[in-house]
Ligand binder design. Structure first.
Ligand code: FAD
Length: 386
């Protein structure tokens, strides 16, 4: 098991206490109302938690990615959809921006996002198929003083509530790999239509929807990084997003485990506590084991990311394992709760609904397997594992 330092354990306990008092008591009610938890996002920002993985120069607290994922785990243990919202803004978007933008752009876009004053989202997926990250129909064409953006994005997290979108668009129609650029688009810009929220099975507090860009004029400095080389910041966004989504999954699975233990202690059948039946305690033991394996992998991949070590395969493996593990843990938790586990009054029912979506967002399980198998067959295999 990866050992956390005393300082990291202290930080985890502090965040856990905050989540237990300020978030968890409102989770069920908020899930029902489907309200976007802006107030809680602001509180998280005011406590400086959004800045945990970022340097002090960027307004962060100078810790690292390990502390960032600990934060997301704890947050998602209280409310998965909140973890999901901040996974998109702080990990996908902030990491896409961190190494690709100028000092002025950092001040305008990155630092307010790190402070949680602004919520950002990556708008990449389109109706033609989100799995092919570079196969886009959205086009940005040059004009005299910038760019004109046209296209439509679907299944976008934080749609309608985000302050800014990081949009992938084609800027070169002649190349397959060097054809996409990333742009920062203010949500209030003319030509941005983000009304198309649709209902999903879960993650109720994280609005998902369609965003359309119709002759949307962007200034020249809306370009993130280098023209036609959007794949570089995009890679950071996708890898950090997958790492963060694993943290969300582990936090939710931890919550399902705790609720199963509490329930099994309190529920009796045939004049005995159901915690005396191995049919109940063995799935709980397996939950504990699988969460531990995923958590160990999470901290390891977070350390690799922090150290700048190439870890695309490891991140895809982590995302695949953690999201599928979370779904299985939540399903077993619902079964342990009997019929109650599938009713809308029960907290594990929410976890079960939420967990389904984690296997699709930020690269489906199949796409993770494509990345892993491509890595196995197309890189010198057998090199020492880091
Ligand atoms: C809750 C939620 C939030 C989301 N938030 C965002 C967001 O903020 N920004 C954003 O840009 N997108 C977002 N998405 C979209 C998400 O990234 C896509 O749904 C995902 O990448 C899959 O794309 P798709 O739905 O278009 O399915 P498709 O790409 O059409 O795939 C359909 C099926 O085919 C499989 N498939 C496709 N290609 C292959 C292949 N080569 N090998 C094997 N199987 C394959 C897929 O696994 C899937 O099962 C979100 C999705 C969800 C569910």
């Amino acid at each position: 098991m990866s050992m956390l330092t005393e300082k990291q354990i202290e930080l985890r306990n502090e965040i856990r206490a905050f989540v237990d008092s300020e978030i968890s008591p409102y989770t069920v009610e908020l899930d029902r109302s489907k309200e976007y938890p802006r107030e809680i996002v602001n509180k998280v920002g005011a406590l400086g938690y959004g800045g945990l993985p970022f340097s002090k120069e960027l307004g962060g607290s100078g810790y690292g990615i390990v502390e960032g994922v600990i934060f997301l785990e704890e947050l998602s243990r209280g409310m998965g959809s909140l973890g999901f919202i901040l996974c998109a803004s702080l990990f996908q978007c902030c990491y896409a921006l961190r190494d690709a933008v100028s000092e002025k752009q950092k001040e305008q876009w990155l630092m307010p996002a790190i402070a949680c004053d602004k919520v950002l989202t990556l708008a990449l997926s389109e109706e033609i198929g989100g799995s092919d990250a570079l196969g886009l129909d959205t086009v940005a064409t040059r004009c005299s003083d910038g760019w004109i953006l046209n296209g439509s994005k679907c299944c976008i997290t934080n749609a309608g509530v985000a302050d800014g979108y990081i949009v992938g668009a084609k800027t070169n129609l002649n190349s397959r790999s060097r054809n996409v650029s990333l742009f920062y688009v203010d949500a209030s810009a003319e030509g941005v239509d983000d009304d198309g929220r649709f209902d999903m099975i879960g993650l109720n507090n994280s609005p998902t929807g369609t965003i359309k860009f119709t002759n949307c004029h962007l200034p020249a400095d809306a370009l993130i990084g280098v023209e036609n080389e959007g794949y570089k910041p995009l890679k950071s966004a996708l890898n950090c997003g997958r790492l963060a989504l694993a943290a969300v999954s582990i936090g939710m699975a931890q919550s399902a485990l705790e609720k199963s233990v509490d329930f099994s202690r309190a529920c009796s059948n045939f004049d005995r506590s159901i915690s005396s039946y191995q049919g109940v305690t063995f799935p709980i033991a397996e939950m504990y084991m699988n969460i531990g394996v995923a958590r160990n992998m999470l901290y390891h991949v977070a350390e690799m990311t922090e150290a700048g070590v190439r870890c695309t395969m490891e991140t895809a493996s982590l995302k695949l394992f953690s999201t599928e593990m979370c779904q299985k843990v939540c399903r077993d938790a619902a079964l342990i709760h009997g019929g109650r586990g599938f009713g809308s009054h029960c907290d594990v029912e929410r976890l079960l609904r939420d967990s389904q979506l984690l296997m699709v967002a930020e690269g489906t399980s199949q796409i993770c397997k494509v990345i892993i198998s491509d890595g196995i067959y197309n890189t010198p295999f057998g090199k020492p594992i880091q």
